[in-house]
Structures are given as structure tokens and as C-alpha cells.
Write a protein that binds this ligand. Sequence first.
Ligand code: KIV
Length: 276
Amino acid sequence: MSATSPVRPVLPPDIRARKGGTPLVVLTAYSTPVARLVDAHCDIVLVGDSVGMVIHGLPSTLGVTMEMMILHGRAVVRGAQKAMPVIDMPFGSYEEGPKQAFRNAARLMAETGAPAVKLEGGQHMAETIAFLTARGVPVMAHVGLTPQSVNTLGGYKVVGRAEEAEKVMADARAVEGAGAFSVVLEKVPEGLASRITQALTIPTIGIGAGVRCDGQVLVVDDMLGLFTDFRPKFVKRYAELGKAADEAIAAYAAEVRSRAFPAAEHSFADDVPVKT
Ligand code: KIV
């Protein structure tokens, strides 16, 4: 599957039709090899703007650019044959209004080959989501904790406790009404996430939102133990690849210093014996 392939095997209406069925499995990816691994097991591969923190060492997602999303998006689309790629719209690429959002969403889709974008925000983004969906841009919405608003939210907090709950519910209803084909619920209390899941006709994809969402998403580097700068409570580590890589690199360094590497089997003889 490439940016020039006409139709992908899984498209937003297929994801929408999965409401209430077997949970949707979603992971992020930022490169072709990881996209291939994710593709074998997942329904959606998200090119999250978490790429800024996980791959580029940025302190938040705010410094992520369109160019970064396009470069990583292209790499992921090359590796995803069956899972549906979704590309995050970076901070500053859609908040000005529907026309700016359309221009940049169209660029993300045209230049990567991904069939959908994701953007953060609820009621205040409804007009933009409606504008995009009416013009051929399928939108996955993202409510609850929206990391691009970390400075106005005052940190990476749980969003939706007490009186905040009805605002998150209204956000979810607004993005559904605007035409989003699914919605990410991030760091939302599990009871509220369950109520939202029951109230909506589009799939909810939870991250730190409990088990009753229509699907789950994690950042792949978090669940593989590759990104260890910090670990949110909602992350389950399914592997410790960072530790395994550290041990492998330490072994290589020791063998280079002791001249145990390269051995004869990794080296080239000066003369190849002539066969008689
Ligand atoms: O950027 C990202 O990876 C995300 C997921 C965590 C939902 O938005």
C-alpha cells in the first residue's frame, strides 16, 4: 500500500461500523518497520504527535510541525498494508479556523496517503470537524485530556471528574454531531468514559479511560518499554525493549574494547581460495 494506492482495505466507515463490537486495537507508529509490526495485529495505526516527545526528544507535543507529521506519516503508510493509518494534526495547524484546518488536513492526506486525520478538541472544534468531513476529510476527534492544551489545562491531568464530567460528555456529543468517525477519550474517569461510550453511535478509543470503551490506544514506545522518561498510570509495559537494547549496546561496547568483535565470521579474508 502506498501514497498512490487508490483505496485502502480499511477506511473510516469500516471503523465506524465496529461500534459496540470486538474492541478496536490501536497503536502509534512513526517508522516503516514499527508500522509493519503494528499492522500485523491492529486495526488502526496512529501517527501521533507524540512522535515529538518519543522520537525527537521534545518536552511536549507543542513543537511538532507539519513537516514532521508528513515525513513520519509517509514512513508509516508504507508499512501499513491493512491497518488504517490516521495522522495527527500538529498544534497550530488547525485551530485558526476551518479553512486553515482543511488546507493542512488535505496536505497531510495528499502527501502521506493516509485516509484520515486526528485533531484535539470538543465543542469549540465542532464547526471545523463539520467543515472537514463535508469536504472529504474523515476526522478522528480527541477529547478529555488534550495534550496540546497542557498549558491551559495546567498539566497532564485526569479530565472529567465532578462538574467537568458534563463538559466532556458535551464535547464527545459535539464531535459526533459534527461528523467525526470516532473519538479518542484520554485520561477520562472510567465511569464517565463508559457513559460516553453508551451515549455515542461512533466508537470511543480509550487511553487511560477504562475497559468499557469501544477500543484502546497506547503509544507503542511506552508499551514496549522504549520510552522511559516518564510512565503514565495507564501504560502497561508488554515488553522491556529499552532494557534489552541497553544490555545489547553494553555487550557490543565491551566486545569492541576487548577486540572480541568483530570475529572472523564478521570479517572478510584477503584471498578467496580458488576452487579446483
Ligand atoms: O499523539 C498520540 O500518540 C496520541 C495518542 C496517545 C492518542 O494522541
